[in-house]
Design a binder for this molecule. Structure first.
Ligand SMILES: Cc1cc2nc3c(=O)[nH]c(=O)nc-3n(C[C@H](O)[C@H](O)[C@H](O)COP(=O)(O)O)c2cc1C
Length: 296
C-alpha cells in the first residue's frame, strides 16, 4: 500500500502540517469553528482582524448572497486590541495549529500591536492592508505607502510577517515587490473584491454599509490571476486567498504559484470541504501532470 505523502511545509518561517489556511474573518479565533471542523487537520488559522481601538462595524444587513458569492460589509467589527491581547492571544498557543494574528491600522498603531504580540501567542502576523468596508488609513493603495507602512511594522517585530494585499489587478506585482522590499516573509493574495448589490424592490443597496467585498467561488479565477502575477514579481511564499471551495480550486491555487491555500467563505457553506481537498493535495503530490483523478 502506498504511504500518504507528507504535506508539511515551512511557510514564511512557520511550520504548517499542510498548506490549508483558515482565512481571516471566517474562522474567528478558533473557538467557534472548532465545533464544525477538526482544527488539527489545517495548516494554520488567521484570526479575525483586530484594530487598536474597538470598532462597532457597519450597520446591518452586513452580508448579501450573490450568484456563487457573498458580499460582506462587516466593517472590521472587533473588541479592540487591548481585549484581544488580554482575552484571546494567551489561548492561541493551546490550539492544535499555528495561529496568525491579523491586524489593521495606521503605522504607529500597527507597530504597537506588532510589538505587543511578539511572544504573546501568535506564530505570525498578517497585516490587513485592504478592507473594502472601511476607509482611510486602513486602505493604503500606493506601493510606496505600503512599503513605508510595512517597514515600520517590520522594525517592531521579529515574528513572521505576512502582508495581505488588496486585489489591485494592475499593480499587484508592484505591491508584492513593496512588501518584499519592506522585509515581509510572505503574502496573502488577496482580500475581497470591492462590490455592490441592490434590492430591486426597495431600489436601494442591500448592505447597510452600501458597498462591501465579494468572496466565494465567483472570485476564484480572479484570485488565480492575482496569485500568478504576484508570483511572477516576487519569490515570497503566498497564501492564495479567494474562492477556493473544492479540490480543483485548491490544486489550481498551487498551479498559479501559491504555497498555501486559503479557505474562507467555503467555511460558511461547506465547512468539511477540507477533507476532499487534503486528499486531492496528496494525489497531486504523488501524481504527475494529467494523472490526477478528476472531481466526480
Ligand atoms: C464574512 C467575512 C469577513 C471577513 N473578514 C476579514 C477580516 O477581518 N480581515 C481580513 O483580512 N479578511 C477578511 N475577510 C476576507 C477573507 O479572509 C478572504 O480573504 C476572502 O473572503 C477571500 O477568500 P474566500 O473567497 O475563500 O472567502 C472576510 C471575509 C468574509 C466573507
Amino acid at each position: 500500500m502506498s504511504k500518504t505523502p507528507d504535506l508539511a511545509l515551512r511557510f514564511a518561517g512557520i511550520k504548517l502540517r499542510n498548506p490549508l489556511v483558515l482565512l481571516s474573518g471566517t474562522a474567528g479565533a478558533g473557538r467557534e469553528i472548532k465545533k464544525l471542523v477538526e482544527l488539527g487537520r489545517f495548516g494554520a488559522l488567521c484570526t479575525k482582524t483586530v484594530t487598536f481601538q474597538p470598532r462597532p462595524g457597519n450597520p446591518p444587513p452586513r452580508i448579501a448572497e450573490t450568484p456563487s458569492g457573498l458580499v460582506n460589509s462587516i466593517g472590521l467589527e472587533n473588541p479592540g486590541f487591548a481585549r484581544f491581547l488580554e482575552e484571546t492571544a494567551p489561548g492561541l498557543r493551546s490550539l492544535p495549529l499555528p495561529v496568525i494574528a491579523s491586524i489593521a491600522g495606521n503605522g504607529p498603531e500597527l507597530s504597537r500591536m506588532a510589538e505587543a504580540l511578539t511572544g504573546a501567542g501568535p506564530a505570525g502576523l498578517e497585516i490587513n492592508l485592504s478592507c473594502p468596508n472601511v476607509g482611510g488609513a486602513f486602505n493604503p493603495t500606493a506601493p510606496t505607502e505600503i512599503e513605508r507602512l510595512l517597514r515600520e511594522v517590520r522594525r517592531a517585530t521579529g515574528l513572521p510577517l505576512l502582508a495581505k494585499l488588496p486585489p489591485d489587478f494592475y499593480r499587484i506585482g508592484d505591491l508584492a515587490r513593496a512588501a518584499e522590499t519592506a522585509g515581509c516573509d510572505g503574502l496573502t493574495v488577496a482580500n475581497t473584491l470591492p462590490a455592490m448589490v441592490f434590492d430591486l424592490k426597495l431600489r436601494k443597496p442591500r448592505l447597510g454599509g452600501i458597498t462591501g467585498g465579494l468572496s466565494g467561488p465567483a472570485v476564484l479565477p480572479v484570485s488565480l490571476y492575482l496569485v500568478h502575477r504576484a508570483r511572477q514579481a516576487v519569490g515570497l511564499p503566498i497564501i492564495g486567498s479567494g474562492g477556493v471551495h473544492d479540490a480543483d480550486g485548491a490544486v489550481s491555487m498551487l498551479l498559479a504559484g501559491a504555497q498555501a491555500i486559503g479557505l474562507g467563505t467555503v467555511n460558511f457553506f461547506r465547512p468539511l470541504a477540507y477533507r476532499e481537498i487534503l486528499q486531492a493535495l496528496a494525489e497531486f503530490r504523488t501524481a504527475g501532470p494529467g494523472r490526477r483523478k478528476p472531481t466526480p
